[in-house]
Write a protein that binds this ligand. Structure first.
Ligand SMILES: O=C(O)CCC(=O)C(=O)O
Length: 220
């Protein structure tokens, strides 16, 4: 496995493109979608209504379709999410407070692999399921107080390649675009979250699912 340290002003990124091999990465994509109703390979998840989705019992991951309030309107978050972690490690993002669900074997396996290389003990993970290129994540920093001052965040990626875009708060037109592919690990550290924002923009040509897991250490 090759990893590159990318020094950016006021932050650090570590990028390991094929951190997880194809077998593990393919199995993860399947694991995240296994359920009691739909064939994961032939389902257009974006087309399922909120009601239909609520009927699906996923075998391993309890995916949520959360609503957020924006400009007084309630809108569905443009992706599915799930929050897993140690008991009591609740987390608030986009105005949503989530209580962690109990770890399962697949998530613990992934966690162990990234803990071995980062030397960091993670106690929670946010999972994002981008059902196709319409699903996205807007500009933000992972700077919630519960993550501590300079959090180390390990981002694991499976499925379709999507662009992960960084911009500096004081120079927003200059961007760094990093395509994150099947099996890639990206670690964000240092003061990055204070000086940079990140996003996952829409990519209409992307037809399939991408799963992103950001492992975090919630401090007391
Ligand atoms: O999907 C990604 O690569 C980014 C996820 C992210 O920004 C987050 O979970 O805060």
């Amino acid at each position: 496995m090759q990893a590159f340290v990318i020094q950016v002003p006021d932050g650090e990124l570590i990028f390991a493109e094929r951190f997880f091999n194809t077998k593990i990465s393919d199995r993860s994509v399947e694991y995240f979608q296994e359920n009691d109703i739909y064939n994961w390979q032939h389902t257009d998840w974006q087309q399922l209504s909120a009601e239909d989705l609520a009927q699906v019992k996923f075998t391993y991951i309890n995916w949520q379709r959360d609503d957020i309030k924006m400009f007084g309107k309630t809108i569905a978050l443009p992706r599915l999410t799930a929050w897993y972690g140690d008991a009591g490690k609740s987390y608030t993002y986009s105005g949503i407070t989530s209580q962690p669900q109990v770890w399962n074997a697949g998530l613990l396996y992934i966690k162990k692999q990234i803990e071995q290389v980062t030397g960091c003990a993670f106690n929670s993970v946010l999972l994002n399921w981008y059902r196709n290129g319409e699903d996205h994540m807007g500009w933000h920093a992972d700077d919630e107080p519960e993550l501590g001052v300079n959090p180390l965040i390990a981002s694991v990626n499976f499925g379709e390649t999507r662009d992960f875009v960084l911009r500096r708060n004081d120079e927003p037109r200059q961007k760094i675009v990093m395509p994150l592919q099947h099996g890639t690990l990206l670690v964000m550290g240092g003061a990055l979250q204070h000086y940079w924002q990140h996003s996952v923009p829409k990519r209409k040509r992307v037809k399939g699912s991408r799963f992103n897991l950001t492992f975090r250490a919630i401090v007391e």
